[in-house]
Design a protein around this ligand. Sequence first.
Ligand code: SF4
Length: 378
Amino acid sequence: MDLAARADKQAQDAHAFTDDALWAASDDPGVDRDRAKQLKALNRDEHDRIIRLPAEVADLLSPSDRLAQLLDRLPERLPVRLNGMRNMHLSPSAAAAFQACPWKWQTRYLHGVKSPSGAAAVVGSCVETPVEWWLSQINDDTAPDPSDEHVLRALVASALLTFQRKAAAEAIEFGHETPQEILAQIDACTRGWFAAHAERFERYRGTGLLELQSNFSFRLAAHTDWYVLGKADIYARGGQDRDGTAVGPVLWDTKIKARMLSKSSAAKEFQPVAYGLGAAIQNPDSPLPSFEFLQVRRPHTDAGGRTVSLGASRVPVNVTREQLRAGLERFATVAVQIDTLYRTLGPDLPWGYAASDHTLCDRRYCPVWDHCPQGGRP
Ligand code: SF4
C-alpha cells in the first residue's frame, strides 16, 4: 500500500472506531446494521476485560481499604452528553483534563465543545503517519531503509500531505506561527524521528511483534458499563527478535513537542502508568512491559522570539508497582467525582475551575475562555 493510501486508510479506521461513530451507527436507522453489530461486539469484547493482574504485581495491588471503597462506589455508567450519546470510556487525557479543570471537562465531554488542535499536536500527528506506516512494514520486513534520502523524502512527503488534509478538514490554532513554519517543522521532525529512533526497531524486522495504536481498555469493576481506554503509540509483544534473542514487552510513546521531557518530569507522566496498567491487565501472563518516550523537539521560534533547535532523545521510564496502584486509584477517583458532581449539580452548573495560572487556562487552548467566568473575567 502506498503512503497516501495508507494515510487515507488510517483516517477511515480512526473514524470507524470512535465511540461517536459506534453509537451513532447503532442509533441511526439509515446505517448498515451489520456494521453496527460488528462494532458493538468489538466494544463488548473490550468491555469484558476486568482487572486481572500479573502475579508479580497482584499482591501489591490487592485492593487497599481506600481502593476497595472507591471501586465499590464506581458509577455503573458515565454521564450522557447533551447530544444523547453516552460517554463510554475514560482515557488518561480525559481524566487529566477533569483534574485540571472540571468546567473544561464538562464543556468537552458533556456539551461537546472541542478545542482546536494546537500547532504542536498537528506536527505530532502528521509525523505519526509515515512513522506508523514504516513500522507496520518493519513487521513484515518490507520497510525501506530510511537512511536512503529518496525513501526519507517519500516519508516526509506523506507527513506533509497529512498536514494539507488536516488543514482543509479541521480548525488549527496556529498562534504566532504560520502554516509555512508548521510545514517546515513537520519536515524537520519527520527527519529527526527517523534519524534518532528508527534504528531501535530494526531488531523487530519480520517478527510481527509490533502493534500500533494498541487499544488497552479494561473495566475497573464488574458492575461498570464503561471502560478505561489507553491507546499506546507502539507496543512490542515479548518474543524473539530477528536474531532469535529473547525480548520482553515494550511500550513506546512518540512525543513531538516544543520542549522535551527530562527524566524526572517523564517519571511523573500518567501515560506510562495508564498504558502499563492496560497492558498488564490484558496480558496477565506476560511480564510488565517497559516504557520509553521517543521524543523530538520541534525547531521553532517561541512566543518570546527565542530560537529553539531540533532535538531528539529517548527517555526510559521505570513504572513502579506503587505507580500502577496510584493509577488505578486516580481513574476510580475521577469517575466517582464526575458521577457525584453530575448527580448533585447537573451538566450545566460549573463544577469547578482550573488554577488561573494553569497552562490549559489560556485563550489559545481553551475554546470556552471568552465565556468562562474565570478565563474571560477582566
Ligand atoms: S478558561 Fe480556564 S477555568 Fe475556564 S474552562 Fe477554560 S481552562 Fe477552565
